[in-house]
Design a binder for this molecule. Structure first.
Ligand SMILES: Cc1ncc(COP(=O)(O)O)c(C=O)c1O
Length: 457
């Protein structure tokens, strides 16, 4: 693979195309002529390397912008609005419009009533950008590693959801031949968009036996001199794991020292319920890192569709801003006002959402005690999801299928995170979503189902 053409900042050149990446567009209607190579290759050379799983770009030699189906989202598309009882949602209890508007200041009520529905500022509403920057002041640093720096509204770029920001970041920052490090399991777009660009992705696998720990040394071992991005999601979906402050500082430092960019998916940030509290954001700790945020999880506003990235690197900022002109251009005007109302009341909203998560954690742990021959888990410390292991009869796919078909309860089997790798050992976990008020009712249904079908409790 030839060296990647970059500008002086090390980012892909924005004007003109190098010969190695010119014809990346697949002509519509012409199917790929070669069979994609097997997409996984386990590294078995040493115990330390065994956890690294190398993905190679799927697809023919001519790179195409094709993406694999997003298995988790397809599963949700099938069940989210048809199964009567959701036990797997990753967002938290959605706020009602009247509840949210009742929190608005007189000024924001007026902005809402008199909102003009034209285009909005492409980088985001200035008040929203400031409200987001203010979230980054709430540091709980214990003094280890770099001192967190205050972000300003100029460091914040608003997107029409975090998913858009992931797509734009991967498309705009990566080129064929770049190397990426990502955790596994992970939210699929975090690595699949990179693969579709033609990057090579090394997956650092989290293991239940290690408490799903995110390890700085594993990440260090996976980094190469061609590594452009290191993608870490913390608190982590689906395990709810998070590194401690010292490990997080060490990861930030390692990525910085390697000259790579840390892309930190922090969409579950502020939903920490373990002992450690929130980590400092990547963008506050490193001048080159990117922090990803969203109103979907900690703020219970998934239907508002507002996300953002924060970075102090002006060149990265410009690159993403420029690419966004080809996706949504600017965010929805009503969504921005609703997000401002939420973020200027962040403390009240987040504590409401955390109270639901912690109550549901208690319900879930009682359920597990009643059915201990069928279930075990590593208690999550942050976010709104956990990843228990199914120990009962049959595969977790069968358990999930029976639960939804017979009891109307949707859980998310780990096969949607395996992403087509039949050799992978991550077979018997499923995700529970702890953020909804309907959780206890759904759990009652599951309890009745499990007693009848598996004879426990
Ligand atoms: C880790 C992670 N990142 C990003 C997203 C996308 O968030 P949004 O729905 O706000 O775009 C999700 C959604 O589930 C997620 O779990």
């Amino acid at each position: 693979m030839p060296a990647v053409a970059r500008n002086e900042t090390g980012l892909p050149r924005q004007n003109g195309y190098g010969k190695h990446h010119a014809p990346t567009v697949r002509i519509t209607g012409v199917p790929p002529t070669t069979k994609p190579p097997a997409p996984f290759e386990h590294q078995q050379r040493s115990p330390a390397r065994q956890r690294l799983v190398r993905f190679t770009p799927a697809g023919p030699a001519i790179l195409t912008p094709m993406l694999n189906p997003f298995e988790l989202e397809r599963y949700f598309a099938r069940w989210e609005f048809t199964a009567p009882f959701l036990l797997s949602a990753s967002d938290t209890e959605p706020w009602k419009m009247t509840e949210l508007l009742s929190l608005a200041s007189p000024q924001m009520s007026n902005a809402w009533e008199n909102l003009s529905l034209g285009y909005t500022e492409s980088a985001g509403h200035p008040v929203l950008r400031q409200a987001i920057a203010d979230l980054y002041t709430h540091s709980s640093s214990d003094g280890a590693g770099a001192t967190p720096q205050q972000l300003t509204s100029d460091n914040v770029l608003v997107f029409s959801c975090a998913e858009e920001a992931i797509y734009v970041s991967m498309r705009a920052l990566l080129m064929p031949g770049d190397h990426v490090v990502c955790l596994w399991p992970s939210y699929q777009s975090l690595y699949d968009v990179a693969l579709s660009v033609g990057a090579e992705v090394t997956m650092v696998e989290l293991l239940e036996g290690d408490g799903w720990a995110i390890s700085a040394s594993q990440i260090k071992n996976a980094i190469r001199n061609t590594t452009r991005l290191v993608i870490i999601n913390t608190p982590h979906n689906p395990t709810g794991s998070m590194p401690d402050h010292a490990t997080w500082s060490s990861i930030v430092e390692t990525v910085d020292n390697a000259g790579a960019i840390l892309f930190a998916d922090e969409v579950y940030r502020l939903l920490e319920h373990g002992d450690g509290g929130p980590l400092d954001t990547a963008a506050s700790l490193s001048g080159r890192a990117i922090s990803l945020g969203s109103v979907s999880k900690a703020f219970g506003l998934a239907g508002v569709r507002i996300g953002w990235i924060a970075t102090r690197d002006a060149s990265i900022f410009r690159t993403l801003e420029t690419y966004k002109d080809y996706t949504t251009i600017c965010a929805s005007a009503p969504a921005e006002i609703l997000a401002i109302i939420a973020l200027t009341n962040w403390s009240h909203i987040v504590s409401t959402q955390i109270a639901i998560v912690t109550a549901n954690l208690g319900h879930w742990e009682r359920f597990m005690t009643d059915h201990k021959s069928l279930l075990r888990w590593v208690r999550p410390t942050g976010g709104s999801v956990g990843f228990p292991t199914w120990l009962g009869e049959g595969s977790v796919d069968e358990f999930a299928e029976n639960a939804v078909q017979e009891a109307g309860v949707m859980v998310l089997p780990s096969s949607v995170f395996r992403h087509g790798n039949p050799r992978h050992a991550l077979t018997n976990n499923f995700r529970v979503g702890l953020g909804r008020k309907t959780f206890p009712g759904a759990l009652d249904r599951l309890d009745t189902h499990v007693r009848a079908r598996y004879g426990t409790g």
